[in-house]
Design a protein around this ligand. Structure first.
Ligand SMILES: [Zn+2]
Length: 52
């Protein structure tokens, strides 16, 4: 009998005790986005300006 659980977030089949990496990936993506927001500023005109 196959025993696994399904990640409630992404639906991936995981072994018991295995942690899905989708959350980690999401976190990584969020951090990348944050980094980008730090260096890119959107002006009122809607133009994106790179802040150095
Ligand atoms: Zn997942």
């Amino acid at each position: 009998m196959a025993y696994y659980h399904i990640c409630p977030k992404c639906g991936a089949h995981l072994d018991p005790g295995e942690k899905c990496d989708c959350r980690e990936k999401e976190e990584k993506f969020r951090k990348q986005e944050e980094e980008i927001r730090k260096v890119i500023r959107t002006e009122r005109s809607g133009q994106m300006v790179l802040v150095l």
